[in-house]
Design a protein around this ligand. Structure first.
Ligand code: C2E
Ligand code: MG
Ligand code: MG
Ligand code: MG
Length: 278
């Protein structure tokens, strides 16, 4: 019976795969062209201090505006780019673009940082840290203005390599954030082993923080833990004033969410950075 079930499962899997694979093939060939055609751009979402609601930084988020398929979410095309290796080139482009943008803002008085998401394929490169430092040098952005966001599953792929690469970067002043914390199969060793300064509490916990006591308890524990490690916390996905109030009470340091600002093009994100027309 087990064998039969296995066989059925396999068949069902195959059927759903073929359409997914087709989809993937189209997107894959389109992705390569998209970057050259300037269809890919960065949006920016501020991370605000809970107390003063001042911007600590902005997170750069990829957007693909395809004339053929419309707006494609990064959740859809990043897994494909990871699969076909294009993420390495794309990730370098994101770092360059975000660093240049932050440098321009800095020249206009911006005092915050820029956060960039890093995929596992990038982090696993033998010379990942060297690549990041080279891009920083080329853009003229001081390294203490850059924060790299890494997820737990990425960080844990090869802890020794991750520790080595991230340490090379923190030595130069780059901040490392642990993104989507709590979402995966969290291992506390990740906090012990690696040089994270910032912990971003996954949106799924924030979403139900008011109606699920366990979520509240978890967020509270994460914030206390981060502080005891000398780190800071960011709550992702704040959508209501009630959520904000609660996080304030829990002494969360920073917040990010639609309640304050959605990710938006550079020119619009500037409104949150205190750069309004000088
Ligand atoms: P992430 O790094 O965890 O980014 C936060 C996501 O939450 C963003 O989705 C953001 O738009 C969304 N968000 C922020 N506030 C709220 C809120 O209040 N409510 C809700 N419902 N959502 C909120 P987005 O831009 O679609 O990006 C999705 C994911 O794609 C990112 O999650 C990140 O993992 C990945 N990604 C985006 N840009 C890049 C990139 O340049 N490189 C890599 N490797 N991954 C990226
Ligand atoms: Mg992120
Ligand atoms: Mg996140
Ligand atoms: Mg995420």
């Amino acid at each position: 019976a087990a064998k039969l079930q296995g066989k059925n499962r396999l068949r069902r899997f195959d059927a759903s795969m073929s359409s997914a694979a087709l989809d993937m093939l189209t997107l894959e060939s389109e992705l390569w062209k998209a970057l050259e055609r300037n269809e890919i751009e960065l949006y920016y979402q501020p991370l605000l201090q809970v107390a003063k609601q001042q911007a600590l930084g902005v997170e750069a988020l990829l957007r693909w505006k395809s004339p053929r398929y419309g707006l494609i979410s990064p959740d859809r095309f990043i897994p494909i780019a990871e699969e076909n290796g294009f993420i390495v080139k794309l990730g370098e482009w994101v770092l360059q673009e975000a660093s240049r943008q932050c440098k321009r803002w800095m020249e206009r008085g911006y005092e915050g940082s820029i956060s960039v998401n890093v995929s596992s394929k990038q982090l696993m490169l033998a010379n990942f840290a060297g690549c990041v430092l080279r891009i920083l040098e080329e853009s003229g952005l001081p390294s203490d203005r850059l924060c790299l966001e890494v997820t737990e599953s990425t960080a844990l792929l090869d802890v020794d390599h991750t520790r080595e690469q991230l340490s090379l970067l923190t030595e130069q002043g780059v901040t490392i954030a642990l993104d989507d914390f709590g979402k995966g199969f969290s291992s506390l060793s990740v906090l012990n082993e690696l040089p994270f300064e910032q912990i971003k509490v996954d949106r799924s916990f924030i979403q139900h923080i008011l109606d699920r006591p366990k979520n509240l308890a978890t967020v509270k524990a994460i914030i206390q833990l981060a502080h005891s490690f000398g780190g800071v916390t960011v709550a992702e996905g704040i959508e209501t004033p009630e959520q904000l109030e609660l996080l304030k009470q829990l002494h969360c340091d920073y917040i990010q969410g639609y309640y304050f600002a959605r990710p938006q093009p550079a020119s619009e994100a500037e409104r949150y950075l205190g750069l309004e027309r000088k």
